[in-house]
Write a protein that binds this ligand. Structure first.
Ligand SMILES: NC(=O)c1ccc[n+]([C@@H]2O[C@H](COP(=O)([O-])OP(=O)(O)OC[C@H]3O[C@@H](n4cnc5c(N)ncnc54)[C@H](O)[C@@H]3O)[C@@H](O)[C@H]2O)c1
Length: 400
């Protein structure tokens, strides 16, 4: 059989632990037999990041900016215990954080739906994609615990002119927090959301609390509206999709009662909380895909889960594991489809679709990894298999 050829390299970003093992297995079993993979490879495993002083992460992000599409394996974000375990020179920052900052991108997370595993919310029939603005707000707030006294907000402009506002006259001890965000970051967030909604032909919802935070959340609301009117309204109408703004409490109520099928753009904290709620309600973190989209149209596809450390330690002892490779497979198919779309390679796009279908069909026919067996509600009982057997079952379908 002739393998599918690629024209532009895909930026391939390898990672750590169990997902690194999955990575190689997926390539060997499901990709290389069918596609002549053309990738520019970056090894972001923790030892390589340490060896390069984390330069490799910066290089990988620049490669995505150059070629436009990347696929990333899960990586360890070091903590004190990892410093010891890997004898690191420094506690390197989260690679995802570094890449996201360099691409100025927004992360879109969506579940993979299969028959036999139903969302806790019974009326959810289509994926709900959460877009989280991962900059500022409470994550970069300046906090204080204060005794009795007067708290003020003071701003000094470039000419030295001061603007003051009283926050509160504390008659007893209390707490204070000052948050900020930047128009430039909000604009990038809005553009990434509008762009991704068009790409995937899904309605875009954005929610905040502008009735209370009139200036803070009001700025988010008006920037979204302004960019929509100026650059996207006509394109959305032509694509038959809508942009909809509502208050966060109203959004929650509507989302719960909806059929799904929309992108829900959230401010930083809302996105942090809602993405965990939505992924849990859809079933499993192992069935959650993630794509980082920059406002100028660069894409990095990955699984939303981590490196599955517990399975890796068992793997190192020579045990078989039943790690779910779905999200990592979908990271690859997402990237290959996008590469195919950008390069006009219809065959590559179709291969991505076929691989996704083979993977979903395998589960729907009752062959699942252990994590899914626990959630299974199909009519006939499911068979839980190890990762190797699961990949082999997908391959058999793909070959057919
Ligand atoms: N995107 C990323 O690169 C990313 C994201 C999160 C965590 N991490 C890293 O991953 C490491 C482990 O973190 P963690 O344990 O908090 O997160 P994790 O996602 O690896 O695991 C969380 C839980 O979900 C289960 N799980 C996750 N994916 C699974 C899969 N594919 N199949 C079966 N079960 C699965 C695990 O067994 C565990 O119980 C940490 O070092 C962390 O820094 C990386």
């Amino acid at each position: 059989m002739e393998r599918i050829k690629m024209s532009t390299p895909l930026v391939e970003i390898d990672g750590d632990e169990m997902t690194r093992i999955l990575w190689a297995d997926i390539k060997r079993e499901l990709l290389e037999p069918f596609v002549e993979l053309k990738t520019e490879y970056y090894d972001l495993s923790l030892p390589e990041r340490d060896k390069s002083g984390d330069q490799i992460t910066v290089d990988a992000a620049n490669a995505i900016k150059k070629y436009g599409v990347g696929v990333k394996c899960a990586t360890i974000t070091p903590n004190a215990q990892r410093m010891e375990e890997y004898k690191l020179h420094e506690m390197w920052k989260s690679p995802n954080g570094t890449i996201r900052a360099m691409l100025d991108g927004t992360v879109f997370r969506a579940p993979i739906l299969v028959k036999g595993i139903s969302p806790v919310v019974k009326n959810w029939k289509q994926p709900i994609t959460i877009a989280r603005h991962a900059y500022g707000d409470v994550y970069r707030a300046t906090e204080m615990r204060v005794p009795q006294g007067k708290a003020e907000l003071l701003f000094t402009d470039l000419d030295g002119k001061e603007t003051r506002a009283t926050v509160y006259n504390f008659e007893c001890p209390g707490v204070l927090s000052a948050q900020y965000n930047k128009d430039s970051s909000i604009r990038s967030f809005a553009r990434s959301c509008f762009q991704y909604a068009l790409d995937t032909r899904q309605d875009l919802w954005f929610s905040s609390k502008d009735t209370i935070a009139k200036k803070y959340d009001g700025t988010f609301k008006s920037i979204f509206q302004e960019i929509y009117e100026a650059d996207y309204k006509e394109k959305f109408e032509a694509a038959g999709i809508t942009y909809f703004y509502t208050l966060i409490d109203d959004a929650v109520a509507r989302i719960i009662r909806s059929k799904g099928g929309m992108i829900w753009a959230c401010k930083n904290y809302d996105g942090d909380v809602m993405s965990d709620m939505v992924s849990t309600a859809f079933g499993s973190l192992a069935m959650m895909t993630s794509v980082l989209v920059s406002p100028d149209g660069n894409y990095e596809f990955e699984a939303a889960h981590g490196t599955v450390t517990r399975h890796y330690y068992r793997y190192l002892k020579g045990e078989q594991t039943s790690t779910n490779p779905m999200a990592t497979i979908f990271a690859w198919t997402g990237a290959l489809k996008k590469r195919g779309e950008l390069d006009g390679l219809e065959e590559l796009v179709r291969f991505g679709e076929k691989l996704e279908k083979a993977a979903i069909d395998t589960i729907e026919a009752g062959t699942v990894t252990k994590d899914l067996a626990a959630l299974w509600e199909g009519e006939t009982p499911a068979t839980a298999v190890n990762t190797a057997d699961f990949l082999a079952a997908i391959r058999r379908r793909l070959e057919q």
